[in-house]
Design a protein around this ligand. Structure first.
Ligand code: K7E
Ligand code: CUA
Length: 633
């Protein structure tokens, strides 16, 4: 047993003890509270710390933080440093609060699915800097990706389900000029989708897929670029290169054992090997091959095979089921976060290029060349137990989340004569997953804050029953020692976040300009509101303004199709009106200047009130009408 294995097993042992300790309530409740205090600021610093995050009413935060909402399918907008939750942006899940998923357009975009599993938001970049145009996010459940426009903070496109790919975890991880975002198989399946093969044939018949989704530079529209067929491994977390490594994309793998055995948990079969891989993809090179026509079409996708055409996809050995891979701001290093190994592994991009040139391969694994570990490794830093993700600041330090140890490790960035070394550690409440830093994904991180996105909030909030929120903790990284300053409780599940300077998001719309509303069904004057019958269809053009919904009576017959076009004709910001029909599952909130449409069958006879659901004026309660559905004769 080499020393690394030993550290690993000792680590696992401690981890197991820690887990047992965690689950044996209530014996350790006190201990947990002590632990919070351990990470919490000293009494003497409380005043000073409080001022750092205090943003007086009326003042604005310095940063936006966009938090993934996990299996809520949504995104949360927080302000930093105040940690105030400002907005929920619905993405993959209907959200009655904004009416998302109820009008025809957003309903269609959801494609009949009512949830998603968002993990990794990604802001669009130009030359490796956030440009404030779009925010993308993945759906790990159904293999989709979505685009949010940062002019109105609304979901504009859902792309997918992406063909050939099941579970889209290592996503979105945009290239540094937003040419592509990516999707990748978390759960290998036989392809194309819809093919059945038993897990007995896992190695031969199951496939992994990496999918490049092209982004239109003008309007952000996503379309299927191309795909790479990969061995049946699990593709976990990714990062795109930048600057020198800008043509490359990296993704971690686990289960390179390529086994799935009926009755034997994956946690056992996938942890046999000492090392799994970070896959390095020369996306620019693959793009060139696709342009040359070097692909097979599978389920409408142009699929490139790296085994048939070597030279673009390589495996870098990394200890043991690594989770995150993170490319440094200068693009020169990529870092594997050990998960089951108590280290971060630093790899040199330059060395990787050299090893590839010299064909310095240890072997081929399922056809993919594996570069020699010794040829590409730069340093291994023992950071602590369960390293998952690493982010960067502006002063040459990196911050790694330690899931098992519930801590954040700060370590010094090496290279060029500087030593790679641990410099600080701070306890976190509790089981930190991702960590985010201010513009930390860009070529110029801003420093100042690190946001710890923790899985468990145990015992650190008012009791709310057995289902508890996650926890997010703000760490001040401006000094040599990290300081835990504040805590918030985002709902599930803030995997990753993007933090961007507020002044980078320009031209935020407060009222949609009337001139830009191209909807042919918009009406702008209550006098033009009307009900028109065409055969068995009843069409309604409705206006909303303080304090009426016009028309205020809609008559139809049981079984009619009803199509309502509702325009909020307000020209003042924040003047929202809702539109809810009692007893029918219709609920909408058109923004000022927006027209939304609702189609349904009037299948319930009777008199059904409709009303404004947003308290909008002193006469809000008067904002109502009746849908009269006459029964079939
Ligand atoms: Cu680490 Cu889905 Cu990025 Cu959660 S993943 S933590
Ligand atoms: Cu409009 Cu209440």
């Amino acid at each position: 047993m080499n020393w690394k294995r030993m550290i690993f097993f000792v680590g696992l042992g401690i981890a197991a003890l820690a887990m047992i300790g965690l689950t044996s309530d209530p014996a350790c409740a006190q201990q947990r509270r002590e632990r919070v205090k351990e990470g919490a600021p000293a009494k003497a610093d409380i005043g000073e710390n409080a001022l750092k995050v205090y943003v007086p009413p009326g003042d604005l935060d310095e940063y936006y933080a966009f938090l993934s909402g996990g299996h809520s399918g949504q995104l949360y907008v927080f302000g930093l440093p105040s940690m105030r939750h400002i907005r929920t942006i619905p993405v993959f899940t209907p959200y009655p609060a904004t009416g998302y998923g109820y009008d025809d357009e957003s309903k269609k975009m959801l494609g009949g699915l009512t949830w998603g599993d968002t993990h990794h938001p990604g802001l669009s970049e130009t030359k490796g800097e956030y440009d404030g145009r779009w925010l993308f996010i993945n759906d790990n459940a159904h293999g989709r990706v979505a685009r949010i426009d940062l002019r109105d903070f609304k979901t504009k496109q859902i792309f997918g389900p992406i063909p050939n790919l099941a579970g889209n975890h290592a996503s979105v991880y945009l290239t540094w000029n937003t040419e592509y975002l990516f999707g990748a198989t978390r759960f290998s399946i036989p392809i194309p989708k819809g093919t059945a093969a038993d897990v007995k044939d896992y190695k031969e018949k199951y496939k992994g897929v990496i999918s490049a989704i092209a982004v239109d530079p003008k309007d952000g529209t996503m379309s299927l670029g191309w795909q790479i067929v990969m061995p049946p491994w699990n593709y976990d977390v990714a990062d795109a290169g930048k600057l020198v490594s800008g043509d490359w994309w990296f993704v971690t793998t686990y289960n390179t054992e390529a086994e799935f055995i009926d009755g034997k948990p994956l946690e056992i079969t996938a942890s046999q090997r000492d090392k799994d891989y970070i896959i390095a993809v020369n996306w620019k090179g693959v793009e060139g091959e696709i342009k040359k026509g070097n692909f097979t079409e599978i389920d409408g996708a142009k699929v490139f095979d790296p085994v048939k055409t070597p030279g673009f996809v390589f495996a870098v050995p990394c200890a043991k089921s690594p989770h995150g891979v993170d490319v440094s701001p200068d693009g020169k290093w990529f870092i594997g976060n050990g998960k089951l190994s108590p280290t971060v592994s630093i790899f040199s991009f330059e060395k990787l290029q050299k090893a590839i040139q010299e064909k310095n391969f240890a072997q081929h694994d399922m056809g993919i060349p594996v570069v020699k570990f010794e040829a590409v490794t730069e340093a291994d830093i023992p950071v602590g137990l369960g390293p998952l993700h690493t982010v960067f600041d502006d002063k040459g330090f990196a911050y790694t989340s330690l899931f098992v140890e519930s801590a954040v490790a700060k370590w010094q960035w090496g290279g060029g004569g500087r030593e790679w070394k641990m410099v600080d550690k701070i306890p976190i409440q509790y089981n930190i997953g991702h960590i985010a830093s201010c513009e930390g994904d860009t070529v110029s991180p801003k420093g100042k804050w690190v946001f710890a996105l923790n899985k468990l909030s145990k015992g650190t909030h008012l009791p709310v029953g057995p289902d508890q929120p996650e926890s997010g903790q703000l760490i001040d990284i401006s000094g040599p020692k990290m300081k835990l300053i504040a805590q918030a409780f985002p709902e599930p599940e803030p995997h990753y976040a993007q933090i961007i300077k507020t002044d980078k998001i320009k031209n935020v719309i407060e009222v949609y300009a009337k001139a830009e509303n191209k909807n042919p069904n918009a009406v702008w004057d209550p006098k033009d509101a009307k009900v028109v019958r065409e055969g068995n269809t009843v069409k309604v053009w409705m206006t909303q303004i303080r304090s009426s919904l016009m028309p205020n009576v809609v008559r139809c017959n049981e079984g009619d199709k009803v199509i309502m076009h509702v325009t909020n004709i307000e020209e003042m910001r924040d003047e929202l009106h809702g539109f809810g029909i009692c007893g029918y599952d219709i609920n909408g909130v058109p923004s000022p200047g927006e027209t939304l449409s609702y189609e349904f069958i009037a299948d319930k006879p009777g008199v059904w009130p409709y009303y404004c659901t947003n308290f909008c004026s002193a006469l809000h309660q008067e904002m109502q009408g009746y849908l009269i559905v006459n029964p079939k004769k």
